[in-house]
Design a protein around this ligand. Sequence first.
Ligand code: PLP
Length: 379
Amino acid sequence: MNLNIYFDNNATTKCDEEVLNTMLPYFNNQYGNPSSIYSFGKDIKNEITKARKKVAELINADESEIIFTSCASESNVTAIMSAIRNNPTKKHIITTSVEHASILETMNYLKSIGYKITYLSVDEQGKIDLQELEDSIDEATCLITVMMANNEIGNIYPIKEIGKIAKKHNILFHCDSVQAVGKIKIDVRDLNIDTLSLSGHKINAPKGIGVLYVKNQIPFTPLVFGHQEKNRRGGTENAAYIIGLGKAIDLILKDNYQLNNYLKDLRDYLEDQIRKNIDDIIIYGDLNNRLPNTSSIAFKGVKAEELMLILESFNIYVSTGSACNSETKEPSHVLKACNVDLNNYSPIRVSLGKYNTKEEVDIFVKKLISIVNMFRKRG
Ligand code: PLP
């Protein structure tokens, strides 16, 4: 029996056994360099090509548009830096206040060298206003970058509408799709996305592998120069991880997104049980349009940080914000942007994955009831 209850799948996921087994031969037996022209390397290149085709199929791209990177953070930074380098006279970027740190920190840097950054505001539910987006566009706008789904509250953003606006104004559109992949069917053509990022470790592949999709027609400048990936990303290919990512995507495609139904039922069951047994709670985000696995829940008067630590003592793992923020002890920038009452209602994030079960949810809710009661009695 697995004694850990891991409810932090938006931070990272367990590597699937099938994925791991697909990868293993590439560490010791088939360790050749994919760029070598003899078969010991070329065979590996063929497997990389198969993985590339899988990624392309997942997002309806052409395989020539897929670049493997070390992580989605690298993909995000590469996409943004390429966009600005290819539009040197335009110095305005539009993004949102709820993006991942890899986007927001890049914006901070660009601001420091003279770029104007517009951060679209969000309402209490974390929703953006498309009119505000359209009104923010000016002659100098070279890029719009908006995430497909939020890692903390799970909101799904109106990417198709944003793609249309970007196209109408002839502005590049980058979409961080890390949390959406595997949960939302993505068609980059239909959505008018120019560049897109995704990450292996959110979809049961290992940490340390990412993808950058770059539409064929747009100009591109690498961040890491070198010959690999058709001169678009240097560095000897991380063959095992790329092939593992291909396998993880193959599993998603074969499952045809059925896992979503399981995750949504489990999440809804979890929230129902909490609502039935604990009063004075708030569930943050756009409850009508969010990822099926994510729940950001606050219990009046209970500090999320303390709650998380007590749950940890029972080997139950949730988070209090994005994994990347948890070291700073700063309140989540996403919830701050939503302008909600974090003093009284600070949330834990529960993010479910394919290995979670109803039994785990029952254990979790039972513990939660007693911990929240204890907090409230203590006052
Ligand atoms: N974008 C979002 C929305 C994320 O949630 C994350 C990871 O937490 C990333 C980007 C970064 O992914 P990676 O860890 O592959 O750099």
